[in-house]
Design a protein around this ligand. Sequence first.
Ligand code: BES
Ligand code: MN
Ligand code: MN
Length: 465
Amino acid sequence: MNKEMINQYIQNNKERFVEELLDLLRIPSISADPAYKADVQRTAEKVKQRLLEAGAEQVEVCATAGHPIVYGEKMISQDLPTVLVYGHYDVQPVDPIELWHSQPFEPIIKKTPLHPEGAIFARGSADDKGQAYMHIKALELMLKTNTLPCNIKLMIEGEEEVGSDNLGVFVAENKEKLKADIILISDTAILANDTPSITVGLRGLSYVEVDVTGPNRDLHSGIYGGAVANPINILCEMIASLKDKNNKITIPGFYDDVSTLNDSEKAELAKAPFNEEEYKKHLDINAVYGEKDFSTMERSSIRPTLDVNGIWGGYIGEGAKTVLPSKAFAKISMRLVPNQSSKKITELFKNYFESIAPAGVKVQVKPHHGGDPVVTPSNNPGYLAAEKAMHETFGKKPVPVRGGGSIPIVALFEKELGIKSVLMGFSLDTDAIHSPNEHYGIFNYIKGIETIPLFFYHYAQLFKK
Ligand code: BES
Ligand code: MN
Ligand code: MN
C-alpha cells in the first residue's frame, strides 16, 4: 500500500471532500419528525448519487416501511474477503434551536480549543453524516488510486436515530445480499485527537413513555387541591423511588443479568486516560454524580442507567395558572450492559412501574424502541486491522474502550447475520452530538478518510494469513 499516494490524493482533494460534506449537511434529514420525510428521502438520493460518483455499483435507494436504506457495493473477487460498511444519514432533531450559535443546517467552520484546525458546525456533522461520508470518500480514493484490496458493501440507513426497526426487517430479508466477513462502522468517538481508541462494546437501550392519569379533567387547585391525587406529584414520587440513596436502581431483578468486570478488566478500563477535572469543567458542573462505588468511566460505560429524558404536564405557559392537572408524562431511558436483554428489562420496568402506582391514579407504560448491548472482540482480524491502521495514522496504538451510547443494530447484525462489527469512529465525546452546536473536526474527518483505506489494506492482509 502506497501511503504517499493516499496522502497525495487527500491533499489534492481535501477541499472538495469538505465541500461535499457541507452539501450533505444542508439537508435536514431528521428521521423522528414526519415533517421532514421528503428531506430524508432527498438525503438518501444524494447519498446514492455520491456513491455512484465514488465508483460503487448496484447502488440503490431501498424503500422500507419507514425511511429508505441506501446500498452500494464494489465486488472485485470471490476469493477476497468482504467488508460491510454501515452508517446512518439521518440526524437528531435540533431543539432547543435557540441555543445554537449558527443554523443547524447551514454548516459553518469554526476553530475551537479542541479543534484548532477548525470544526464543521451542523446537525449530523459528527453523528453520523460526517463519519459515514468518510467511507464514501475512502472508497473513491481506493478506486481512483487502484488500491481497493477486497470487496466492499455499503449500507447507509435513515432510521438509526429512531431505533432502526425497518433496518432489522431489511437485514432479515437480505441475508445473502449482506453476506460479509466483517462489519465496519464509524459512529463512535476516540478519546482525544492525540489518543486514538477503538470502541469494543456498546450499551443497549430500553426506552419507555409513562402516562399518569388522575382526575378526568384539569381541576381548580384550590377547590380540589389536597383532596385529589396530583398526577405530576405522583409521577415525581414514583420516578424518585426508582433509585435508592446509593443511586442503585430499585426495580427488582434489574441487575440480575449484569455481567461485572473482573479485576484485570477493571484495571484495563482504568488505563484509558481520563481527567475528571477537565470533564467537570467542560460540562460546567461542580461534581460528578452516580452509582456508589463506581468511577465516572465505569458509570458511563459498563454500568446500566435509568434516566428521565423528558417530563411534562400541567401548566407551563406564562405567569401562573392555578391548576391541578389531569395528566402527567415522562420519557425514560435505561442503558443496558452485557448480558441484559432489552426485551426483558422493558417488561420488568413496565410491570414494576405499573405495580407501584398508588390508588387515585392510573399508570400506563408504553415501550418505545430498544436494543441489546454488545461487546465486540479485540483480537479478531477486524480489530487488529483497525488497530494497525490507527496506529499508523495517529502514530500511537489505539486503546480499546467501552462506549456508553447505543447502536442497536450491531447486536442484531451479530444475531441475524452472524457477523461481528468493528467500531472505528473518529469523533470526540465533546463534539455535542444530539446537542446544540454539534460539530466535527476537520482533522477527524480527514484522519478518517486516511485511516479507512489502511484498515482495508490490513484487513485483506490479515485475512490471507
Ligand atoms: N452514534 C450514536 C451512538 C454512540 C455515540 C455510540 C457515541 C457511542 C458513542 C447513535 O447515533 C445514537 O445516538 N444512538 C442512540 C440510540 C438510538 C436507538 C436512538 C443513542 O445512543 O441514544
Ligand atoms: Mn450515530
Ligand atoms: Mn445519534
